[in-house]
Design a protein around this ligand. Structure first.
Ligand code: NAP
Length: 244
């Protein structure tokens, strides 16, 4: 998958990692970038097409799909983090509405466009997807569920030419981590590492120094091996030949 000449859609494109992904896709020669944002959004580069897209709003998602004729890379980046503790069920629902159901709904809605050719789905998850961060337990739950979703999508869509990339960042210097006094990577270096990983076909992308430290261990882990074993059960016969 090359970024040059591709058509990319980024959700949550107006700030943070999403904004950096838009700039990096432009730098790498993307043909067209659909920049999803909840509010009106403008960009000086004519290759950027703003899309009003609240990923929790079914009507907005439907309207966005109608505006996109072709798509090579869908980047599910939009996400939230809210102050929470484990007893706060309402906070969990708010987190799941965006981080799980928003990602799920956008992906399902764009699948018909994505399965027309060789394409990629890139889900921006978190190290908290694979190991709960106990001071942020509900965010961890809301990022673990789309990890499972992404693994299933990967196996189910492989036969249709759609690759699924899971991005597992550590702390990145955006509004989301403003109150955290720990070393953070820049959104720009994170965006570069994400597209490098997509171009190299990496299934899991570890885009910053903290996450990079566990990359090799993850790729050789029993969990990764188990994912491959489960995926092998999926009938990957292309739909076309099944119909014959
Ligand atoms: N920063 C980190 O350390 C870190 C680490 C691991 C993973 N991540 C993940 O990386 C992704 C981007 O995070 P970030 O750090 O760039 O955060 P951020 O600066 O807070 O930006 C979040 C983006 O998501 C958008 N968004 C939130 N709810 C939305 C909705 N319902 N519909 C559409 N867009 C929505 C926001 O739009 P508005 O401006 O309209 O609110 C904003 O563009 C998230 O999925 C996050 O969980 C971040």
């Amino acid at each position: 998958m090359k970024i040059a000449d591709s058509t990319v859609l980024v959700t949550g494109a107006n700030r943070g990692i999403g904004k950096a992904l838009v700039e990096e896709a432009l730098r790498r020669g993307a043909k067209r970038i659909y920049a999803g944002a909840r509010q009106a959004y403008a960009h000086a580069d004519r290759r950027v097409t703003p899309l009003i897209l609240d990923i929790t709003d079914a009507e907005r998602i439907r309207a966005a799909v109608e505006k996109v004729d072709a798509l090579d890379i869908l980047i599910n980046n939009a996400g939230i983090s809210v102050q929470n503790d484990l007893s706060d069920r309402a906070a969990l629902e708010r987190l799941l509405a965006v981080n799980l159901f928003g990602t799920y709904d956008v992906t399902q809605a764009f699948l018909p466009v994505l399965t027309r050719s060789r394409t990629a789905i890139v889900n921006i998850l978190s190290l908290a997807s694979i190991a709960a961060v106990p001071f942020d337990p509900l965010y961890s739950i809301s990022k673990a569920a789309p990890f499972s979703l992404s693994q299933s999508l990967r196996a189910l869509l492989a036969g249709k030419g759609v690759s699924v990339h899971i991005v597992l960042p550590g702390p990145i210097d955006t509004d989301m981590t403003r109150g955290l006094d720990i070393p953070k990577a820049s959104p720009e270096s994170t965006a570069r590492a994400i597209f490098d990983g997509v171009e190299k076909g990496e299934e899991e992308i570890f885009p910053d120094p903290m996450s990079e430290a566990i990359a090799e261990g993850w790729r050789n882990s029993a969990l990764k091996e188990l994912e491959r074993q489960f995926a092998a059960y999926v009938d990957q016969t292309p739909v076309k030949s099944k119909a014959q």
